[in-house]
Design a protein around this ligand. Sequence first.
Ligand code: DOR
Ligand code: ZN
Length: 344
Amino acid sequence: MNTITLLQPDDWHAHLRDGLALKRTVPDLAQQFSRAICMPNLVPPVKTVDEANAYRERIMAHVPEGVDFDPRMVIYFTDNTAPDEVRKIADSEYVNAIKLYPAGATTNSDSGVSDIRKVYAVIEQMEKHQVPLLLHGEVTHNHIDIFDREKRFVDDILSPLLQQFPELKVVLEHITTSDAAHFVLEQDRNVAATITPQHLLFNRNDLLVGGVKPHFYCLPILKRQTHQQTLLEVATSGNPKFFLGTDSAPHSKNAKENACGCAGCYSAPTAIELYAQAFDQVSRIERLEGFASHFGADFYGLPRNTKTITLVKEDQVIPESLDYLDGEKIIPLYAGNTIQWRKM
Ligand code: DOR
Ligand code: ZN
């Protein structure tokens, strides 16, 4: 198949940042996706529906003329989130979910939840109002190996959580392991997962063999190839529990190529083509539309998009770098390499 037409895709997990960064990130994402879940880990984080609505306006100010883009907003779970905020989300036009970062798990997660049992009163309201809980699924204890942190989260936090709240809608974000994929498969329809392009296309060898490649460093960290294979299987299986979430996360070149480099891969400008590359590599390009354009909207209870996009099988070189902030650069995921798909 040399061209494929699909309903416009949505990105159910993206980082746009704020201020000057929006000049780069919003046009890049809006040209690829109709809707995006805009993650709230700003400094300071987006903690209420009012703050999320204000952030949405700052995003909308950067949407290019003639482009339709509908940012879907999320608030950031803290130990102090009020149970009443859940009802406000249920009544809100633009806010769809609450994102839980275990404190210290990743970029700007210091205000995250210190112990999930402390916020069970809020989660009870989320189950009642069917407001999705989006999870960064990694434990943070120093003694737990970085490659085991997702599995430990599933076993020690998520599994008991779902026993307590069996109807809770949960998205386990950016899954990276067979353990997480199998856990999601075993649950009811209220539990889903997003998968990034980097976790479908790459594994920890790409990050570490022949030298440390900071532009492949993200969290949860890339795992071994067997996990990558499971992720490819479930993403391309047509199972509606797995859908697109890029976790596109911009950091300047200097912040990545650093003695203490930041976590995050910037995939927004060519995200759908990177997914097409991954699906085509396992001869499943016909399964891309469900994953990219149907299942996420269905899970969130939002209408499917109506316009279409067309991808053509034609070489595309990913730029070496892009302008970012005032005079800085950003290195996109797979910079300088050629992929076989292009958006028309
Ligand atoms: O690699 C990551 N970058 N993982 C996250 O969970 C956060 C993100 C960011 O905000 O930079
Ligand atoms: Zn993220």
